[in-house]
Design a protein around this ligand. Structure first.
Ligand code: PEP
Ligand code: MG
Length: 954
């Protein structure tokens, strides 16, 4: 599939804005606010220059010029080229050196710089201006021919790679050969003579490759380098990086042309990179690395091993003191942690770059809270410094960063549920449960289904071959706060042979793999993980006093709560998850999927009995009801016959009805206990319980499994009650088979045809509520009817629930404040929202199904094409992850508006996966919804996203 055209967008009208901005001699034409135009690096250099920081002078060609460059088919407009000539002359005057002057040459660096940092994705050229003459001039001026030729060979290598497009390895080979000849351990050990010879050799190789001499004219070099840096906006890796990070292709990059300073000038020169605080932990430690007598690329390329920056204090004490002073000043100036690059040229310090440092979640949290304490930030600003995703990282265990480097990356799937997990591979839920008692396991499945729940629970992590971000595995794993990598298409799973193939590697059951749920990576072997401190406190393993990270987390959360308007609830089905949700700040349950309770091992036999008898029981009831009605109206002459028929109908229907009602009676106390647990865990906050939603056949054994068992029994014995039972189950499984279960007999359709199920669930809810209320704790049940497409469906289900509520309250002598509402997850319900609202006390948008049905994309099958859609730019993102505001969002806005117009004060929330997605939360805030509900471990993230959304509109 073709990639998106990555050329920045056409300017609507040719701009006459300045195309080149100068900085030098303590003044700059730009500043930090001009990031969009000058790129992050250009704006940073300008700001540093204005702040009196020693920065080599130069100029920045704007991102707008980059767009014009692409518009003109890869040529810089004449007007801007002229501006550049003027700026170059100004630079030459300032420094008293000229580009290409054999006596006193000016050398330049030409570097990219986009408005949003894309580290290492675009190109850079250093030492530009060197040729066969200027190199001699440089040697004479510095009195250091070795240095001059080392710089020249670097320039030839970089220019050949970036501008001439030669494979890097060709020239690298020559360098390696030269080192071998000289028995030099590293580049610095090559002396002047071998470097001269190397330069000549490199030039010959280049000529052989391109058919002409290596360009000697310095101006030609400059123009070619500048254009190559613009073009590097569209290298494959840059395009890929933008896709991954959602950066618009239309931004373009600026080009920074700057006078060179040399870290490779001798023993009092150095170059390095660093951070004003530790970007992994946030500790206020000056953190970084440097190399003596080296140029920038040596530090990052790994050719030589850099040393920790504090050693610089001994080697270059004055430059180090100045570096500390300047970087401290920069941090205070920007009021944020800085990631900087510097060079020391013959003892003199120059800053080459400063930018906001990328950081882990833990570091982001610590830095934001510490900076409030240090008086650098206000509380509200601190909320803008911590990304919602950062908070997820704070809660989930992580793969140890140092250890993971020693393990092979095997495959890449979707980062479905963050965290880290390592364990022995198992292929079935049963195996996960049994093996999981003794050791750590990873459940590997093509896709999970609801009956994998126990296996998922027993496993450390889940890995699936198909399915998207809202697939069963992803949703359930996030709910459990369990690491999950989904849709990893490289997996070839053979359940029978119990093998997993990834590329050419085959893993048997028991082999160890590790998962990173935050990146979707699958690694070989057992990578150690570290547990989250916050979770250790919340689960009572650690005291808050001993947990500084937890304390910061709590403070930041409290600041969120001061400003947010949207309430945050959790999707939780069992008391354990509800308690976690509550401890993470959930203000209620927005969705309890009761079917998850049906899957527990103590319930499944009753559930199966219920399903096996549901149809017959219903038919018997319908028949009996019809006969009773007929009898009531019948003339005397007919009564005798009808009584007989009624008697027979009752007799024939009795076994099925008895089994059906019996199963419900068994389920009633179990569900009641579940609900009681939820009410107690939620401490009087609202608890939304949804009546049964999924198609019934999901609870029955699989057809293939039944066929195999029946065949085995057939071989073993003639007749056997177990075989008969299985055969009956098989018949029911076949009867219940649906081609499109997602659009089939599920949701309120079940409750409408089998009202006894709704009534049992309602009874369990109200009886549990009554028990809790009697114990003196407040309780607020909200009963939610799923998959409503017509107001009449809701009206009828509501009547069932209300009649049970009245019965229970009367018999228990307790009043329970309750509400009845509906999910809005079928587009038709959204379109008829005003009519639906007539029967609803609340709406909760089921954005998973609403997205599925609005797009007509199956939640379970879209993994086959949706990633390609996004990559090709047909859709900007996966609409199951982040709400499609243009389509689904408009339905939500209209439904919310119509619902509230019909019923002022109607409470409206969201309980689809989007309730935990920051961009979607922003939209829900804008739409004026009342609450979002998300998986327990996303609650803090949602609190922060809600606060940020409110601040953005304050
Ligand atoms: C939804 O459809 O958004 C929803 C919450 O329900 P489920 O994911 O259980 O279908
Ligand atoms: Mg749904």
């Amino acid at each position: 599939m073709s990639k998106t055209a990555a050329a920045p967008e056409r300017a609507s009208a040719p701009s006459t804005r300045k195309g080149v901005y100068f900085f030098g001699d303590g003044k700059a034409e730009g500043n930090a606010r001009m990031r969009d135009l000058l790129g992050g690096k250009g704006a940073g250099l300008a700001e540093m220059m204005n702040a009196g920081v020693p920065v080599p002078p130069g100029y920045t060609i704007t991102t707008e010029a980059c767009r014009q460059f692409f518009d003109a088919g890869g040529r810089l407009p004449e007007r801007i080229a002229r501006e550049e000539t003027t700026m170059l002359a100004r630079l030459e005057r300032l420094l008293g050196r000229r580009l290409g002057d054999p006596e006193n040459p000016l050398l330049l660096s030409v570097r990219s710089g986009a408005p949003i940092s894309m580290p290492g994705m675009m190109d850079t050229i250093l030492n530009l201006g060197l040729n066969d003459l200027t190199v001699e001039g440089l040697a004479r001026k510095t009195g250091n021919a070795r240095f001059a030729y080392d710089s020249y060979r670097r320039f030839i290598q970089m220019f050949s790679d970036v501008v001439l497009g030669l494979p890097r390895a060709i020239l690298e080979r020559e360098l390696t050969a030269a080192k071998r000849r000289e028995k030099a351990a590293s580049d610095v050990d090559l002396g002047e003579k071998p470097l001269r010879a190397l330069v000549a050799r490199l030039q010959r190789v280049v000529k052989g490759e391109i058919g002409s001499e290596f360009p000697q004219d310095a101006r030609t070099q400059l123009m070619a380098a500048r254009d190559a840096v613009f073009r590097s906006w569209n290298t494959d890796r840059a395009v890929h990086y933008r896709q991954l990070h959602g950066i618009a292709d239309t931004l373009g990059t600026a080009v920074n042309v700057q006078a060179m300073v040399f870290g490779n000038l001798g023993p009092t020169s150095a170059t390095g990179v660093g951070f004003t605080r530790d970007p992994s932990t946030g500790e206020p430690d000056f953190y970084g690395e440097f190399l003596m007598n080296a140029q920038g690329e040596d530090v990052v390329s790994g050719i030589r091993t850099p040393r920790p920056i504090h050693f610089m204090e001994r080697d270059l004490p004055e430059a180090y003191a100045e570096l500390r002073e300047i970087t401290g000043r920069l941090e205070r100036h920007y009021r944020d942690v800085q990631d900087f690059e510097f060079t020391v040229e013959a003892g003199r310090l120059f800053m080459l770059q400063t930018r906001r440092a990328a950081r882990t979640g833990i570091a982001a949290l610590r830095i934001a809270v510490d900076m409030v304490d240090e008086g650098l930030l206000g509380k509200r600003e601190a909320l803008e410094r911590v990304e919602p995703d950062h908070l997820e990282q704070v809660l989930h265990p992580v793969l140890d960063p140092a250890a993971r480097r020693r393990h092979t990356l095997l495959a890449q799937g979707l980062p479905a549920s963050p965290g880290a997990a390592a364990g022995a591979v198992v292929f079935t839920s049963e195996e996960a449960v049994s093996r999981g008692r003794k050791e750590r396991v990873l459940l590997v499945r093509a896709e999970t289904s609801p009956d994998d729940i126990s296996g998922m629970n027993a496993a450390q992590g889940i890995l699936t071959g198909t399915g998207g971000m809202t697939s069963h595995a992803a949703v359930v794993a996030r709910g459990m706060g369990k690491c999950c990598v989904a849709g990893c298409t490289a997996l070839v799973i053979d359940e029978e042979k119990k093998t997993l193939r990834i590329g050419s590697r085959t893993f048997r059951e028991g082999a160890f793999l590790s998962l990173d749920g935050s990146t979707g990576q699958v690694l070989e072997g057992d990578v150690p993980t570290s547990d989250s401190e916050v979770v250790r406190v919340l689960t009572g393993q650690l005291r808050p006093k001993q947990a500084p990270l937890y304390q910061r987390f709590e403070r930041l959360m409290a600041w969120c709560d001061e400003v947010r308007r949207l309430r945050v609830r959790a999707n939780a089905d069992v008391p354990r998850d509800a308690k976690v949700a509550r401890s993470l700040g959930a203000e209620g349950i927005g969705l309890c999927r009761t079917e998850h309770m049906f899957f527990a091992p103590d319930r499944i036999p009753h559930v199966v009995t219920m399903i096996l008898n549901a149809k017959e029981a219903r038919e018997a009831r319908v028949r009996i009801g019809r006969l009773e009605a007929e009898l009531a109206e019948a003339p005397r002459s007919e009564r005798q016959r009808l009584r007989g028929e009624l008697e027979r109908a009752r007799r024939e229907g009795r076994p099925a009805m008895k089994s059906f009602d019996g199963a419900l009676a068994k389920l009633l106390p179990l569900q009641r206990a579940d609900f009681k647990g939820l009410f107690l865990a939620m401490e009087g906050t609202p608890v939304t319980i949804r009546t049964l939603d999924p198609p019934l056949h999901e609870f029955l054994p699989k057809k293939e499994q039944l066929l195999a068992e029946i065949a085995a029994l057939r071989r073993a014995a003639k007749s056997d009650p177990r075989r008969e039972r299985l055969t009956r189950t098989l018949a029911r499984v076949e009867e219940l088979h649906e081609f499109n279960p997602m659009l089939g007999f599920r949701g309120c359709r079940l409750g409408l045809l089998h009202p006894e199920i709704t009534r049992m669930q309602a009874r369990a809810i109200f009886e549990a509520a009554a028990q809790v209320a009697k114990s003196g704790q407040a309780v607020r049940p909200e009963i939610m009817i799923p998959l409503v497409g017509d107001p009449e469906e809701l009206r009828r289900q509501r009547l069932e629930v209300e009649s049970v509520a009245q019965e229970v309250m009367a018999s228990q002598g307790t009043a329970i404040p309750y509400t009845i509402g509906t999910m809005i997850e079928i587009p038709r319900a959204a379109l008829l929202a005003d009519e639906v609202a007539a029967h609803a006390d609340f709406f909760s948008f089921g954005t998973n199904d609403l997205t599925q049905m609005t797009f007509g994309f199956s939640r379970d099958d879209c993994g086959r094409f949706l990633p390609e859609y996004v990559e090709a730019g047909i859709l900007p993102h996966d609409p199951f992850v982040s709400l499609d505001t243009r389509g689904v969002g408009v339905l939500i806005q209209r439904a919310a508006f119509a619902g509230r117009r019909a019923k002022p004060g109607l409470k409206i929330g969201v309980c689809g996966e989007h309730g935990g997605d920051p961009a979607s939360i922003d939209f829900f805030e804008q739409t004026g919804l009342d609450y979002v509900s998300c998986s327990p471990f996303r609650v803090p993230l949602a609190r922060l996203a809600a606060a940020r959304a409110a601040l953005a509109r304050a």
